[in-house]
Design a protein around this ligand. Structure first.
Ligand code: NAP
Length: 281
């Protein structure tokens, strides 16, 4: 049996960025200038790095970045005031509030403060509700990136059995909704799922979004399945996913590596969502 094909996240992300560049040019020609506001509270080094990467990506595709940095002791009311100001600012098409927030701030209340039309992270209750209803709101960027990878790899989702490991608000739940909207038959698994291996062995498409190295082993994967690894785990051996890559690749039809699979897609889809917001949804 041949090894599974590698689904190259860098290549797919580059294709999405190219599409975004063309869309930005079209919007500018029509007198619309897309802008993304990033809001960072506190001094978490990883959050600073992620926001820097997002701002740089915006500049590269012609989206105007507006950056706001607040100290960790910022009062919730002050953050609300900033978000409301950005909601009202016509230069700002999308607002990205970098999570996690300091503990004294209610993250759910803050994401709910962002106008649904500017919530390009898809985390507000309105957009989560629209997604659950099969509506056309903004979906979170990482699951959107998974869908884009599957599309580029030519994976037929209609009628396929999709198994999603993880049920977070950010990844697992919205991904299951997107797969369902694509007419897959979806099983959502989590830490209390009984006999995970048997469920995985039924999958045509298996997505791991758990955050634990070695969660998916070769014996859990049917021959020819498409395996998407969302996991990002820092170990002594470097960055690894949730999937035993080498052993699983030997059985899979196609597989994403870590790094270089889902990772590059998240920012690409953030850019795509921002341009969509600028175009009026
Ligand atoms: P999370 O909020 O911690 O959720 C993890 C999910 O995995 C939970 O639903 C949990 O179940 C489930 N789980 C835990 N142990 C399990 C097990 N043994 N079997 C089956 N399910 C299990 O994490 P997240 O935010 O969704 O992120 C998941 C992973 O993706 C992390 O490694 C994260 O770093 C990575 N990630 C990557 C990107 C990217 O751009 N590449 C973006 C976002 C996240 P319960 O609900 O029962 O606790």
């Amino acid at each position: 049996m041949a090894e599974g094909a590698i689904i190259d996240g860098h290549a797919v992300a580059a294709a999405v960025r190219e599409r975004v560049v063309a869309e930005v040019a079209g919007l500018r020609a029509a007198g619309v200038s897309p802008g993304l506001a990033t809001v960072l509270v506190g001094d978490d080094p990883a959050s600073h790095l992620y926001v820097r990467m997002k701002r740089k990506a915006c500049e590269e595709v012609g989206i105007e970045p507006f950056h706001h940095e607040l100290p960790g002791h910022t009062a919730q009311g002050d953050l609300v005031a900033l978000l409301e100001e950005l909601n009202a600012d016509p230069r700002v098409s999308g607002i990205l509030l970098q999570l996690p927030l300091p503990e004294h701030i209610d993250a759910g209340a803050m994401t709910a403060t962002i106008l649904p039309d500017k919530d390009i992270d898809g985390l507000s209750p309105v957009n989560a509700g629209l997604l659950a209803q099969g509506g056309a709101g903004f979906a979170p960027c990482t699951p959107l990136g998974v869908m884009e990878l599957l599309a580029h790899a030519g994976v037929e989702l209609e009628g396929a059995r999709a198994v999603v490991l993880g049920r977070s608000r950010l990844v697992g739940k919205p991904l299951a909704q997107l797969l369902l909207a694509a007419n897959a038959t979806v099983t959502q698994c989590h830490s209390r799922t009984r006999d995970l291996a048997a469920i995985c062995r039924e999958a045509d498409v298996l997505v791991a979004a758990v955050g634990r190295p070695g969660t998916v082993t070769a014996d859990m994967v049917p021959e020819g399945a498409v395996v998407i690894d969302v996991g990002t785990n820092r170990t002594d051996a470097g960055l690894v996913g949730d999937v035993d890559f080498d052993a699983v690749r030997a059985k899979a039809g196609a597989i994403t590596p870590v790094p270089g699979g889902v990772g590059p897609m998240t920012i690409a889809m953030l850019l795509a969502n921002t341009v969509r917001a600028a175009a009026g949804g």
